[in-house]
Design a protein. Sequence first.
Length: 94
Amino acid sequence: MDIVHDETGQRFVVTLDGHTAELQYAPAADGVLDLLHTGVPDALQHRGVGDALAIAAFDYARARGLRLILTCPFLRRWIVSHPEQRDIVIWKKP
């Protein structure tokens, strides 16, 4: 999957079969991003799109030494089965 980082739009985006999915974020503090919302259209459900967006966001943050807040309900569920990613998560907003 080709995930694109749209810095201007503050989101990670993928388009498949004419449908676009995204993971929106916002800066929360110095060195911290708040992952706000993951939107995956019904046509792209159960294809690993949400997982790919989450991994892209975590890889981006990790490469830049950033920490993450998980406001997005999908990501709060996702992190449960990805404990290896928890080291950069902040559980309360700064």
